[in-house]
Design a protein around this ligand. Structure first.
Ligand SMILES: [Mn+2]
Length: 327
């Protein structure tokens, strides 16, 4: 049996969809949603996108037709919600889809997950297709669309390419394979301009984002002979710089540019005062394991969680967990 069959069966037997992805959507979340919506509509299905959070401005080029909806209140739910199925993309955790979990999930007829993240819980209800080796959800979607003979037009190609570029850090992260490049090659052949996508994703920051970066980098702390870096973003830094919370999402990668730094830990407080911790690592250090003990998740080299305790308390536990790698 084709490995993709459970996902193909779900997409084939379902006629009406609500598509969603994780909170604070990234390039792979928005890219996979936009590609899937267009693909489903092109084969005569009824589909709409509802997210927990707004689309960051840098991905606006994928949503020129305003197809990505943000769910603010119950009043926005479609009348036929009970006949719709929820398709969750780029996350396998119902705790990571915000108000979609309380407003949409209990009302739909079924839900299905297509994702590439590590799975740490067995509380998945409904069907799912989780391919952990995939570089991105968009890489999985490309294969699905090909298998289903759905034509990949320019907007679909650009959305898929964006997700792949975003989640592979421009084709350099560990899950980047020959298949990733083959898919990227096909998408470029379909009209995608790599330099345009690069410029949108990596050369379109605001000056406020630059100011925020300088403040966050000023909090740099190095531990374990410079192998572990810790950064902190406080709510005031966002307010003072005039930047948005999402504009900090790449800062975690900066310490890893130093050869000595093997783990980058980033504490991020949002405007509501909620604290998240993101972690990235190089080599063999498994940060997903650490995130899971805080009820978070992710990949071996990129993971995160919502902090329930103070930065100080959380920091102590993380550093203790990392000790085994550096002693
Ligand atoms: Mn992803």
């Amino acid at each position: 049996m084709n490995e993709l069959q459970p996902a193909i069966d779900f997409l084939t037997r379902t006629d009406r969809f609500i598509i969603t992805a994780h909170e604070t959507p990234d390039g792979d979340a928005i890219g996979s949603e936009c590609a899937m919506l267009r693909a489903l509509r092109s084969i005569g299905k009824d589909a709409l996108i509802l997210n927990a959070d707004p689309t960051p401005a840098k991905f606006a080029y994928l949503d020129a037709d305003r197809i990505v909806g943000v769910l603010v209140s119950k009043g926005q739910l479609p009348d036929d919600i009970q006949e719709r199925s929820l398709l969750m993309l780029d996350t396998n955790d119902v705790h990571n889809i915000g108000q979609i979990a309380t407003l949409v999930l209990p009302r739909v007829r079924e839900h299905f997950i297509i994702d590439h993240h590590e799975r740490d819980r067995d509380d998945l209800l409904g069907g799912n297709f989780i391919q952990k080796r995939a570089s991105s959800t968009c890489e999985i979607l490309y294969q699905l669309l090909r298998e289903m003979n759905v034509p990949i037009d320019f907007p679909i190609a650009q959305a898929l390419y964006t997700g792949i570029v975003y989640d592979t850090g421009c084709f350099i992260y560990p899950k980047t394979t020959a298949l990733t490049f083959e898919i990227a090659r096909d998408l470029v052949a379909a009209g995608v301009e790599p330099n345009f996508v690069y410029a949108r994703l990596y050369e379109s920051n605001s000056i406020s984002a630059l100011m925020l970066q300088s403040r966050v980098l000023a909090t740099l702390e190095l531990q374990y002979s410079n192998h572990v870096s810790l950064l902190t973003m406080r709510r005031e830094m966002i307010l003072d710089s005039g930047a948005s919370y999402e504009e900090a999402d790449q800062l975690i990668n900066i310490p890893l540019k130093s050869e000595d730094v093997r783990v980058s830990v980033f504490f991020k407080e949002n405007l509501e005062g909620l604290l998240r911790c993101s972690m990235r690592s190089k080599g063999n250090i498994n940060v997903a394991e650490i995130a899971q003990r805080f009820e978070g998740g992710g990949h071996k080299t990129a993971a995160g969680f919502k902090c329930r305790e103070s930065i100080e308390a959380t920091r102590t536990i993380i550093l203790n967990d990392l000790r085994k790698y550096f002693s």
